[in-house]
Design a binder for this molecule. Structure first.
Ligand SMILES: [Zn+2]
Length: 218
């Protein structure tokens, strides 16, 4: 069950061309663009029957006609046509604005989502924004990887951060990122300390002491 807005075909009035007669193609959505989603029972599922979805739309002023093609896992393609009605409503600040008229709840919507064979508003399609469905742990793990990449590390969650600061990064920023990294690792139960940095041959204890005094070591 993927129930995230970002993974569904959508029509956004702020982005689509509403000029009568305009025909446009929406970017195709591929199954491999979709992320793993947290499952209600704690695991992760990837329950799509589709390999890709694509669509083209045309406006005539009062309606938007959308042709949807869905490529199923068994390599068959299913095509369908949908007519979405537009509604002109007065703006708070004056003038009017065009909205979609959700066929399900009759409320005005700026974005319509294609789910389960029809276009509906986000509420009726029962979709959530990705940021609200992602597990806390998942978000933290992603942040650990992000910090690692920012500090020119491997970007892998379990790898220790590299020593030293990337060019152009301020010292305060580096310190903040390292502190956040350590805190997140602790939160995630990754208590293992990174392997001790072994000095290169020929580096004496005194040299390390001097380097530390000069603040060269990360
Ligand atoms: Zn609705």
């Amino acid at each position: 069950m993927n129930r995230v807005c970002e993974e569904h075909l959508s029509l956004d009035l702020a982005r689509i061309d509403l000029r009568p007669g305009a025909t446009r193609r929406l970017p195709r959505i591929h199954a491999h663009d979709l992320e793993w989603q947290p499952h209600a029972f704690g695991g992760y599922v990837r329950g799509y029957g589709l390999r890709w979805v694509s669509a083209a739309y045309a406006c005539n002023g009062d309606t938007v006609r959308v042709s949807v093609s869905e490529g199923a896992k068994d390599r068959t393609v299913h095509r369908s046509t949908h007519v979405l009605s537009l509604i002109e409503a007065p703006n708070v600040v004056g003038g009017t604005r065009t909205w979609f008229d959700c066929p399900c709840c009759r409320r005005y919507a700026r974005v319509m989502f294609y789910r389960g064979g029809s276009f509906r508003c986000r509420t009726c399609a029962n979709l959530k924004h990705r940021s609200t469905v992602t597990f806390k742990t998942q978000r933290k793990e992603a942040r650990v990887a992000e910090i690692s990449r920012a500090l020119a590390g491997s970007g892998k969650m379990f790898d220790p951060l590299p020593i030293g600061r990337p060019k152009y990064m301020r010292k305060a920023r580096e310190a903040a990122l390292r502190a956040e990294h350590a805190r997140l690792r602790k939160d995630l139960g990754m208590t293992s300390t990174p392997p001790a940095h072994t000095p290169a041959p020929g580096v004496t204890a005194n040299m390390i002491k001097v380097a530390r005094l000069l603040g060269w070591e990360g």
